[in-house]
Write a protein that binds this ligand. Structure first.
Ligand SMILES: [Zn+2]
Length: 252
């Protein structure tokens, strides 16, 4: 799916996480809800760091291009080491795009790493800043019009807005474990979203299914990635669903 659709699904998942987890690791207040929507939306763009032209890869210039190179290299290495004789590779056949970063297991591992490393507040602030900046870009592609859209495409404007938001979220007490849950939830809904498209995703990895460890799972009804009516319907359903979930969180 496109970045805007992934961001919309991540916003819904993040708002849902804030509603469900209050008060276990989140107090369900305004700061947690804002983190839910923005971090969820941003984390839902992270798996596409394995693609050279994705919003995540282009978001912070050389820094995120370096991250892309690392993700691509790790993905290919893991694919080559773990493939069975029947595995042909999925989307691009070389074990990079829609491979390692598109597995639920890696989403959970990244979420756990954020939950632990985020206990040191500067690291938590950095994670919040990066994911919020991605969330603003992704949601800006869905909702922004005119000047707002231009602002949310501008690197200095988005980075500064994300820095201010991250500082507020840290000040508001958004916790590291809650941020870890949001990152994992955003990445998992990305994978599920891509399972709605024809190329599929390795949802089961590392479990071997029908002789393949990189079995590409796709929904019974799929559509092509792009701005077709099916993907637009998913995007707007997610955005519309975020509103009642957010209200539910605030009322809890
Ligand atoms: Zn993807």
């Amino acid at each position: 799916m496109m970045g805007s659709s992934h961001a919309a699904s991540g916003a819904l998942a993040g708002a849902g996480a804030a509603a469900l987890l209050a008060p276990a690791v989140s107090d369900g207040g305004l700061f947690d809800l804002a983190a839910g929507v923005l971090v969820g939306a941003g984390a839902a763009l992270l798996p596409d760091l394995d693609h050279p032209q994705s919003t995540a890869t282009r978001s912070q210039g050389p820094l995120t291009r370096l991250a892309h190179a690392g993700v691509a290299r790790a993905s290919r290495a893991v694919f080559l080491r773990t493939r069975t004789g029947a595995d042909l590779g999925g989307h691009d056949r070389d074990g990079v795009h829609r491979h390692l970063s598109h597995t639920p297991l890696v989403a959970l591992a990244v979420g756990a790493a954020v939950a632990v490393s985020g206990l040191w507040w500067p690291l938590l602030a950095a994670v919040l800043w990066f994911t919020v900046s991605l969330g603003l870009r992704g949601l800006g592609q869905c909702l922004g019009r005119g000047e707002t859209r231009r602002t949310l495409r501008s690197w200095p404007a988005v980075s500064a807005l994300a820095a201010g938001t991250a500082a507020l979220l840290v000040w508001g007490g958004v916790s590291a474990p809650f941020t870890g849950v949001l990152v994992a939830a955003g990445m998992v809904v990305h994978v599920l979203g891509d399972a709605l498209t024809r190329a599929g995703v390795p949802l089961l990895w590392p479990v071997v299914h029908r002789g393949r460890r990189w079995w590409m799972v796709r929904a019974p009804l799929t559509f092509a990635t792009g701005d077709g009516w099916q993907e637009r319907a998913v995007r707007w359903a997610c955005l519309a669903g975020t509103v009642p979930v957010a209200l539910l969180t605030l009322a809890a």
